[in-house]
Design a protein around this ligand. Structure first.
Ligand SMILES: Cc1ncc(COP(=O)(O)O)c(C=O)c1O
Length: 385
């Protein structure tokens, strides 16, 4: 839950400040406005990049990132078979071809599978960090070797890093979400980050019907060089984002500390395997993933945790939604997938997800509740034998 747990007075104060202006304008391209700009500048500074452009959702953000990077109809875009469907929707909305590939043991793009999936039509690789870093060195090297764009949909991974460098800053462009399950929460919202002025401009144009925002021109006369949509962020959302961004270090450090305590309590259990990392120091505290014997054991574990008042997050239920094997309603539009048994296309990923459990680690959890959770995991591990 992260930022969503902390919505309160500070967010309200930012909105009140916006409404204290003599002439309130909630439209980001209205005259005299500043919340969206300020949010973008502060976010870019936090990320250590030149440009940030905020939009209406994380789905919009990856859509703008891909459009800004020049993904076109027919381009193949390699990405992971375990994620929320939004990046696949964005690839498909641009007329490009999503190519999900199998996971490695860290639950991310397997570099060997990426290399295997490259064809002359491949234009980009979208790395999707799931609260932790993929093997970024290897993925970046493959992109360089094959002259492919590297894009990061880091919706789930704001604040995570790889070898000290923030995720979202490895490729040409990165995107983030501010929905209710993410590090920061603004109701709805998302943002792209890049050091490339051309990508930034094109992404911003895409988010606003193609408008180039040339200074001094009335909107009707503002030129367009490519089509777009309305994926704009409102000033109210940006105001909330400013208050949330001020809390980011606290959110990240508290959840990491909570996760450390939980891991300490369960590390000795020999029938659950904590997920390995490409760089554990760079992982977030938001989630804890472990693997058990098989799918039945994962379901039994999930039911046991529920009995003790703790829910799971995405796993093992990913098989119903966060897995390429169940995206027939979208992938079915492509010849290569339309007659395929989708689940059979990613057997390694299916098996890993089926036997895994993922827990949400709140920011606001006291030591007594942490202890209860640890005890529930210990008794769950005994139950599955
Ligand atoms: C990898 C990824 N990309 C994009 C999104 C979409 O974000 P939003 O819900 O803000 O549209 C999500 C949401 O979970 C996500 O996990």
């Amino acid at each position: 839950m992260a930022g969503a747990e902390l919505i309160g007075r500070e967010e309200l104060a930012e909105i009140q400040e916006l409404f204290s202006k003599e002439k309130v304008n909630l439209y980001r391209y209205g005259g005299g406005n500043y919340k969206a700009r300020e949010f973008e500048e502060k976010f870019a500074a936090y990320m250590g990049v030149k440009y940030a452009h905020a939009v209406s959702s994380g789905t919009a953000a990856i859509h703008c990132a891909l459009a800004g990077a020049g993904i076109e109809p027919g381009d193949e875009v390699i990405t992971t078979a375990w994620t929320f469907i939004a990046p696949i929707e964005a690839i498909s909305a641009l007329g490009a071809v999503p190519v999900p590939v199998e996971l490695d043991e860290t639950y991310h793009l397997d570099p060997a599978e990426v290399e295997k999936a490259i064809t002359p039509a491949t234009k980009a690789v979208v790395a999707i960090p799931m609260w932790a870093p993929p093997k970024m060195d290897e993925i970046a090297a493959i992109c360089k070797k094959h002259n492919l764009l590297l894009i990061e949909d880091a919706a789930q991974a704001l604040g995570a890093s790889y070898k000290g460098r923030k995720l979202g800053t490895f490729g040409s462009v990165g995107s983030f979400s501010f929905d209710a399950g993410k590090t920061l929460h603004t109701g709805e919202g998302g943002i792209i980050v890049t050091n490339d002025k051309e990508i930034y401009d094109r992404a911003a144009e895409f988010s606003d019907h193609g408008h180039m925002h040339l200074p001094g021109l009335p909107r009707g006369k503002d030129p367009r060089r490519a089509k777009g949509l309305n994926l704009r962020l409102s000033e109210v959302t940006a105001a909330i984002g400013l208050a949330q961004l001020a809390k980011i270090e606290m959110i990240l450090s508290k959840s990491k500390e909570n996760k450390r305590k939980i891991k300490e309590g369960i590390r000795h259990l020999d029938n659950i395997t904590l997920r390995p990392f490409s760089d554990e120091a760079g992982s977030q505290g938001d989630t804890l993933i472990f693997k058990v014997r098989d799918h039945d054991a994962a379901l039994q574990f999930e039911a046991h945790l529920m009995e003790h008042g703790f829910g799971t997050k995405i796993l093992p239920e990913a098989l119903d939604w966060h897995f390429a094997g169940v995206w027939g309603h979208l992938l079915g539009e492509y010849d290569r997938y339309s007659n395929a048994d989708l689940e059979a296309l990613w057997p390694k990923t299916g098996a890993l997800l089926r036997s895994s459990v993922c827990l949400n680690i709140p920011v606001l959890i006291d030591d007594a509740t942490i202890d209860k959770l640890v005890q529930a995991i210990i008794s769950g591990s005994k139950k599955i034998g």
